[in-house]
Design a protein around this ligand. Structure first.
Ligand code: FAD
Ligand code: EPU
Length: 339
């Protein structure tokens, strides 16, 4: 394995921020990963595990070793006439994995079509879209414990999945490398999820009345392509913030002042769309220097000119947080991992 020095990370993060890594290594198996970790230890370097770079913002050069996880492979275990376990290694591209499952006619991942990034990162924030999260099909993942250098298995329960959250962002942050993930998918009698409004209307547009899982995937892809900027064209990392969940009491106060506020109640908490809050503060489409809030989706911050620095993007996000706090009294939390 080659450990490169002073490598640009521009092609390794979807914001296309031009920073460099002191050291950079691509690893394709567990042996290579352990070798890279040993190199970092001997040379007193911090490490950063990188997947597709689609949920990360580098605010400066990385002064340690970036380890690009390239572990590949997909295996299957038929459980019954109805169900199959499918395991994918961390370096498999997420969308290619979803397409693989659809080619086999395995159901459960179709609503998660076209999410960028790798399979190994999917449990980190329990990726979700269009009424589905990976927690709905996740069974277990295999991880490397960075302290013991032993592999361990995490069950669904141990992962403590929440909205854009898991143990790997909480108590387990920086302690494990996810090596592979296993999902339980359906072989027949698929559960077709069209409850997310936009899917239904997209299917109608396509003239599909009785959708298959492949149709759902197509509808999701169409919706995503119409709303979200393609990182190859316009640098971004998807939603920059989480949708805030606030206590019902606080929500009532805000609703009194802004009766038209969209909301998704759940028990004593109410989720409100961050995109709406940001748009109401006048940020949608607004550009400062090289950075802007996307014209079609205020929640997405874009590297508008292609020349934005990570610091500029971070400062832009801080201004958004301040103005949403001033107007609504709601604190936005960043979804993107800041390095
Ligand atoms: P990276 O950016 O490479 O890494 C993210 C973090 O995880 C970093 O802190 C990294 O150190 C750590 N990490 C990476 N791999 C591992 C590993 N194997 N073990 C341990 N730690 C690791 N997300 C959604 O949930 N839903 C969406 O609908 C969605 N839409 C998006 C649309 C666009 C256009 C973009 C650009 C992003 C979108 N995202 C969405 C965010 C992103 O795609 C996901 O968070 C994805 O899972 C990130 O994967 P990655 O491999 O690119 O992660
Ligand atoms: N809205 C506005 N203005 C905007 C954007 C949104 O008013 O500029 C309001 C609208 O009321 C809209 C509502 O926000 O109905 C929700 O918008 P949208 O359906 O686009 O979804 P979102 O809440 O902005 C979330 C996820 C996305 C995921 C989509 C689809 C978060 C933080 N984001 O976006 O995930 O793809 O739903 O399920 O939960 C990501 O995490 O990176 C991501 C893209």
């Amino acid at each position: 394995m080659i450990i490169h020095e002073n490598i640009s990370l521009k092609e390794h993060n979807t914001f296309r921020v031009n920073v460099s890594a002191r050291y950079f290594a691509e690893v394709s198996d567990l042996y290579g990963l352990k070798f890279a970790l040993e190199f970092a230890k001997i040379n007193h370097q911090t490490t950063l595990i990188l997947g597709g770079g689609s949920n990360i913002l580098f605010t400066g050069d990385f002064a340690g070793l970036v380890i690009q996880l390239n572990l590949k492979g997909i295996s299957e275990e038929i459980l019954s006439e109805n169900e199959v376990l499918v395991t994918a290694k961390a370096g498999e591209n997420w969308h290619a994995f979803v397409q693989f499952s659809l080619r086999q006619n395995y159901g459960g991942l179709e609503n998660l079509s076209l999410i960028p990034g790798n399979v190994g990162t999917s449990p980190m924030q329990n990726i979700g879209a269009y009424g589905t999260e990976i927690k709905d099909t996740f069974v277990r993942c295999l991880v490397l414990n960075l302290e013991t250098l032993e592999t361990e298995e995490f069950s669904h329960e141990q992962c403590r999945f929440g909205y854009r959250d898991s143990i790997f962002k909480l108590a387990g942050k920086g302690k494990y490398v996810i090596l592979e993930v296993t999902f339980k998918l359906t072989r027949k009698n698929h559960l077709i999820k069209t409850d997310y409004g936009a899917i239904q209307s997209e299917l109608e547009k396509l003239g599909i009345g009785n959708p298959t899982i492949q149709d759902i995937s197509r509808a999701v892809i169409n919706i995503r392509q119409s709303k979200l900027p393609d990182p190859k064209v316009l640098g971004n990392a998807g939603s920059f913030f989480k949708n805030p969940t606030i206590p019902a009491e606080q929500f009532s106060e805000v609703q009194e002042r802004f009766p038209e506020i969209p909301n998704y109640p759940g028990g004593n908490l109410v989720k409100v769309p961050a995109g709406w809050l940001i748009e109401q503060c006048g940020w949608k489409g607004k550009q400062i220097g090289n950075v802007a809030s996307h014209e079609q989706q205020a929640l997405v911050i874009v590297n508008k000119t292609g020349n934005a620095s990570g610091k500029e993007i971070f400062d832009f996000s801080a201004m958004i947080i301040d103005s949403v706090k001033d107007k609504f009294g709601i604190e936005l939390e960043r979804e993107v991992n800041i390095i």
